[in-house]
Design a protein around this ligand. Structure first.
Ligand SMILES: *[C@@H]1O[C@H](CO)[C@@H](O)[C@H](O)[C@H]1NC(C)=O
Ligand SMILES: *[C@@H]1O[C@H](CO)[C@@H](O)[C@H](O)[C@H]1NC(C)=O
Ligand SMILES: *[C@@H]1O[C@H](CO)[C@@H](O)[C@H](O)[C@H]1NC(C)=O
Ligand SMILES: *[C@@H]1O[C@H](CO)[C@@H](O)[C@H](O)[C@H]1NC(C)=O
Length: 476
């Protein structure tokens, strides 16, 4: 029967097709099967990954856009400079480790004519409480905290870039963010805190010499300072030229300070007096006497941060690297006899007759040396020499922030009465640590108050531990 045959053929055909399919299935290598099983999950993972990637791209793009927008459009660029500032070359000094990033940045200056006719008024000493000024290093891996800001009268953000045209800017996005955060937090936790920023020659502002010598550049700098202060509603600027050792710069530095002073006066009103300060060195070598007009500077600034730190470090002398505390209050040996805080401060007081304008620098760090040899001169466990690495000029040692001293047994430290400082000497390991602690800081505070100094300046606040151990030792 044709119908039956057709049906039978169809069924056979279907069976054959099914068998062929089964064979094909069977012939597929078994190792593929797990993949099929997991394909669903792989798809999900893939999608999630793509979504994350897309979110990242959007976040990056918007951050870049905001950054660009702020830099280029919200702040009027200064058209007196033709090119964008280049990352200023920085000299790594022995004092602090520096960041190594060189990210390009943009101008922050707005144009504002300088009032050439504004009269010059010598600045009166600022009446007020004992100043506790804290430098805050923006390149530090530690951030300043609100409780620390409550224990300061002034905070100085260190540091902004100054290019060779005198234009100020933030070195990179991270530093700008730290600055914005500092300003925001300061206003929230301590409304009476004075917020300043530093222009530091050894950090991002190696162009002091070019700027002081050129009226246009000075004008740009003055406008840039005023613009920054007004934009962020902060209180002032600190200049840290390390150091003007050329005689030609003696008057130029004072004139620069005078111009900045005039600019600050021109934007001041009865509610807002802006602050100008400088950092000056801890001793007076012959060049320095000729190149710094101390009294000329004094007339322009509100206060001087005397850098009474780093008396001893890993540099060469005729004896090698001379160990000692970073900031001895008194004493010293041989050629270092005057290398102490008392000598420096007495000298500044003698020269200026204005202790109320002087801030005494205090370190929140120590200095450690390796390869330390025998004591110098008399047998006293403070002054040693350290040997350089064989065949090299560099010494092994480093500056250690107070909060990083956990590797040293601080309770085993000895007290050196002459210098009023603690130290640790490990003869077996030939290691020496000179540092500052609660006791030495209390001695320094007593000294500063006895001499009627205007205050102290801390290098730098973020080096303190989480319990504010050192900051609590310098409260009045
Ligand atoms: C900067 O721009 C302003 C306004 O466009 C102009 O008046 C001024 O001359 C410009 N300055 C320079 C130095 O080009
Ligand atoms: C502090 O320095 C002054 C001036 O150099 C000096 O006369 C005085 O003796 C010093 N004080 C101490 C305790 O060394
Ligand atoms: C400060 O002046 C006093 C008195 O004139 C003098 O004895 C002392 O040596 C001076 N010290 C310094 C460091 O200039
Ligand atoms: C630290 O020094 C103190 C005082 O010398 C000593 O008693 C203590 O055992 C030392 N601690 C350590 C961990 O070495």
């Amino acid at each position: 029967m044709p119908g039956t045959t057709t049906t039978g053929n169809r069924r056979r055909n279907e069976e054959r097709t099914a068998m062929v399919q089964l064979e094909i299935e069977n012939q597929r290598p078994r190792r593929w099967n797990p993949l099929f099983k997991w394909r669903k999950y792989l798809k999900i993972f893939g999608s999630v990954f793509l979504i994350i990637l897309a979110c990242g791209a959007v976040a990056y793009a918007s951050t870049a856009a905001i950054w660009y927008f702020f830099e280029e459009h919200l702040v009027t660029p200064d058209n007196s400079t033709t090119s964008r500032p280049k990352a200023s070359s920085r000299t790594v000094t022995r004092a602090t480790r520096r960041p190594t990033t060189t990210v390009s940045r943009h101008s922050l200056t707005s144009i504002e004519p300088i009032e050439e006719s504004s009269p010059y008024h010598p600045i009166q000493e600022r009446p007020g409480p004992f100043r506790i000024v804290g430098f805050y290093d923006s390149w530090s891996k530690y951030e300043i905290r609100g409780r620390q800001l409550q224990k300061l009268t002034h905070v100085i953000f260190s540091a902004l870039d100054m290019n060779s045209a005198g234009t100020l800017s933030f070195h990179d996005y991270g530093i700008r963010k730290k600055f914005i955060d500092l300003v925001e937090m300061s206003k929230r936790v301590n409304p009476s805190l004075k917020i300043m920023f530093s222009i530091a020659e050894y950090a991002y502002a190696s162009n002091f010499e070019a700027v002081v010598a050129d009226p246009e550049k000075k004008k740009t700098l003055c406008n840039s300072i005023a613009s920054l202060i007004q934009t962020h509603r902060i209180d002032g600027v600190d200049l840290f030229w390390k150091w003007p050792t050329k005689v030609e710069n003696r008057d130029l530095f004072v004139l620069l300070l005078r111009d900045i002073r005039q600019k600050l006066n021109s934007i001041s009103d009865s509610d807002h007096q802006y602050i100008l300060s400088v950092v000056l060195p801890n001793f007076d070598w012959p060049d320095f006497k000729l190149s710094l007009d101390l009294n000329g500077i004094m007339e322009q600034v509100d206060f001087i941060n005397v850098r009474t730190i780093n008396y001893y470090g890993f540099w060469n002398s005729q004896w090698g690297a001379y160990t000692g505390p970073p900031s001895p209050l008194y004493s010293g040996l041989g050629a270092y006899g005057d290398s102490n805080v008392n000598w420096t401060i007495t000298h500044y007081m003698n020269e200026t007759g204005a202790p109320g304008k002087l801030n005494m620098g205090v370190p929140f760090f120590g200095a450690h040396w390796e390869n330390v040899e025998g004591p110098i001169g008399v047998k006293e466990e403070m002054w040693f020499t350290a040997k350089a690495k064989t065949g090299e000029e560099t010494f092994e040692g480093e500056y250690i922030p107070w909060r990083e001293m956990e590797g040293w047994n601080l309770s085993a430290a000895k007290w050196h009465q002459e210098s009023r400082c603690p130290f640790i000497w490990l003869p077996d390991e030939r290691k020496f640590l000179g540092f500052e602690n609660q006791r030495s800081l209390k001695e320094k505070m007593k000294y500063a108050l006895e001499k009627s100094l205007g205050g102290i300046t801390i290098w730098s606040v973020e080096m303190d531990d989480d319990s504010d151990t050192l900051l609590n030792s310098v409260q009045v």
